[in-house]
Design a protein around this ligand. Sequence first.
Ligand code: ARG
Length: 570
Amino acid sequence: MDMKQRIAELVGEMLKTAYPEAQGLPEDLASLLEVPPDQNLGDYAFPCFKLSKTLRMGPPMIAKKLSESVSRPEIARVECVGGYLNFFFNRENFAREMMEAIMAAPEKWGSSKEGEGKTVCLDYSSINIAKRFHIGHLSTTVIGNALKRIYEFMGWKTVGINHLGDWGTQFGKMICAYKKWGNKEAVEQGGVEEMTRLYVRFHEECEKNPALEDEGRAWFKKIEDGDEEALSIFRWFKDVTLRDAMKVYDMLGVSFDSYAGESFYVDKTDRVVNELQEKGLLVESDGAKIVDLEAEKMPPCLIIKSDGTTIYATRDLAAIFYRKDTYNFDKCLYVVAYQQDLHFRQVFKVVEKMGYDWAKEGLIHVAFGMVSYEGQTLATRSGHVVYLEDLLGRAQEKALAIINEKSPNLENKEQVAKEVGVGAVVYTTLQNNRIKDIDFWWDRALNFEGETGPYVQYTHARCCSVLRKAPENMPAPDYSALTNDEAQALLRLLSRFPEAVAEACLRNEPFMVTRATTEIAKAYNKFYYEHRILDDDAAATAARIQLTAACAQVIKTGLYLIGVSAPERM
Ligand code: ARG
């Protein structure tokens, strides 16, 4: 049921009939079709401007000539306005076809087999060990999770990877601090908080006693050399950090297929270094080894520091080849803040220079903007840090207060409050295109009106409530009940939902799903206010109920794809 495709075919036939001799006409007519800004101008419009050169005729004339040629039952009429050919669907027919198409497999509406046989690796969240999960990690976690779901829905095999930041001298310092001033219970209890305290203490003590730096470095050396004690403390720090992070992941419904982080790749960097050497790409520079990227107008990519150790970029290079070998990905996405733009451009370029063509299209930095919180940026040093766990907890509390006020008799209020609170935060993060900075405000995020998560969730719950009241045995639907403007607007949005999902996948932009879902919710509410859903006309009621059921499911799907749950009662 692809109306766009059908109209494109129709335009093709019209062109053939009207201009049997014409050469060089565009082939992909569907991509030329536009959606008129105003419903009164039709369901789809074909702009004739692009043909006027080939056909040597003014666009209005072409439109006129085309409109005379072919007619079809699914089109009620065609109008020529300016150089446009405006198509108006036969409304009842459109309603029937749409409802039949969606109801045949409601949960699958918008899904596709487009990605079958293809694999995408998604590197997202990628938190740092011994650091708390702050709101800065919100976007990567939420965008990555949404993309994973969207790709899966499009038929791709997905591999979610949490590329942990678990390598660096800071871990030596932390062990050193732990040995001097820490204890097991405090770390078990305090988790990341306690590790941070130890780390801060280390730096304070260093000012008085600079020799500590060497001790810290020595501990890191022990980790590198596989010393049992150092390794076991280091692993334990990792477990404790992940245990804390899991709380956030559980709240968000986020999961990963792999937690292979930086340390995993340390012993896999040789292969990259050797290959770079063999291919003559490695250059000495002040005792360090680099890949020159001057021709690419980038600073050189540092591979080995003058002290012989590898860096973040080296480990990312090793990770790329490991992932390619292990998963044979078609695409590998890096959902990482825009600040790392240069890093990824350099690393990807190095792979390309090594002669791997798949780097060009296959390695993608999915960058995003900054998150600030009620007008304040997040600076760790100024002490203004918003932790994700606290943010989500507060969202839940606030949602609970609203629910207590609006629906005091709701069952399992706590659970719904969690879904609404978390939904509000996630929705806000995925509301606009990625690169736009986000300023998070409670009042905006938790508003039940306007474009918010709770608003869309509430609309879904409203649909569910209508469905609960539906009569048991309904006759065959009378689709003439869905020919009004409001139902048609809704049907149109439902018909375009699959395009929105496909587009979101193609551009790695989950907000396109957020937007399509929000538009459906808005259109349903309009329909709901203007029309009685349940009335004496059983066949008309059946049609309106079916439309409600389709909306409920598509909104639920849309919310699922962005990582938001859809409670049935609110
Ligand atoms: N841990 C890094 C950070 O928090 C992000 C890692 C992103 N992934 C990667 N493969 N470099 O900044």
